[in-house]
Design a binder for this molecule. Structure first.
Ligand code: GLU
Length: 274
């Protein structure tokens, strides 16, 4: 046996770590995983929120557990880790996380860096203002205003670049950090996905107002290593089942039933893997 053949045999025999590319063996799929590390948001009530006990809860967390279960990974073998908007591509590409469920809109730019299963839901960008704000009734009302967004998010681009609205941008590390500056009058609006804004509104119903003028479709994808096409396809099977067996409707009602938002309970059209 040549040294190369011996090395290849040894590599083939070594158990592959989930989600990490085996040194010479090519991509490893989440379909082979016994454990999963999943990135979620820590500061978005209703979606991904770190509780006092250090656990994570919300729609994204529950969808992640459903998909993990379909992949054969039990809840106790899922490790959730906090990710910001700006970190999502990096943690997937480094293999630090196996999957990302973090209000992660599928965009062409991001698709050039990572893979996406789903979408598992389609949210819509809207606007959150102070309750006494009278001049903002839709996206055009943001002209000349200061907007706050979490770094790495696509929301400000949707307004400033796509709609050509002359707004000023104030960035914080994450959306949760935008609420105090909004209440203090340091910024005029927080504009991002309605599901995210509804969570903050529920915490400050007296001080804040959701404009309720949705102006984009945000396809929430499951971030996955670009090369894990088999994993992506299995994720899509799980999402289909989640809608067929009533779980999606149950989760949407549990987490957003009180928001007054129109909730769509049919399976979204997938963007396709690979
Ligand atoms: N869904 C949008 C995005 O992925 C905004 C929310 C977020 O940054 O998580 O950019």
């Amino acid at each position: 046996m040549t040294r190369t053949a011996a090395l290849l045999l040894a590599l083939a025999a070594a158990p592959a770590a989930a989600g990490c590319s085996a040194a010479l063996g090519g991509p490893v799929s989440v379909t082979d995983a016994d454990t999963l590390v999943i990135g979620v948001k820590p500061d978005q009530p209703g979606l991904g929120l770190r509780t006092g006990e250090g656990r994570f809860e919300g729609f994204d967390v529950d969808v992640a557990l459903y998909v993990a279960g379909h992949l054969g990974v039990a809840e106790e073998d899922v490790e959730f880790t906090a990710v910001t908007s700006a970190q999502r591509e990096d943690v997937l590409r480094s293999g630090d996380v196996d999957l990302v469920f973090a209000t992660y809109s599928i965009t062409e730019e991001r698709k050039s860096l990572v893979g996406f299963g789903g979408p598992y839901y389609v949210a819509h960008q809207d606007i959150l203002v102070r309750a006494d704000e009278e001049g903002v009734e839709g996206v055009r009302g943001l002209e000349g205003r200061t907007l706050c967004q979490g770094e790495g998010s696509n929301s400000a681009d949707r307004v400033i670049e796509e709609k050509g609205i002359g707004a000023e941008l104030h960035e914080e590390p994450a959306y949760g950090d935008c609420i105090a500056p909004l209440l203090d009058g340091e910024v005029d609006a927080v504009t991002t996905d309605d599901l995210i804004l509804a969570g903050y509104l529920a915490e400050e119903p007296e001080g804040l107002r959701l404009v309720n003028a949705p102006f984009t479709d945000e396809q929430y994808g499951v971030g996955i290593a670009a090369e894990d096409v088999a994993g992506c396809e299995e994720v899509n099977r799980a999402i289909t089942l989640m809608y067929q067996d009533g779980t999606a409707e149950e989760l949407l009602d549990r987490w957003f039933g009180d928001t007054g938002l129109d909730l769509v309970t049919s399976v979204p059209q997938f963007v396709g893997c690979g």
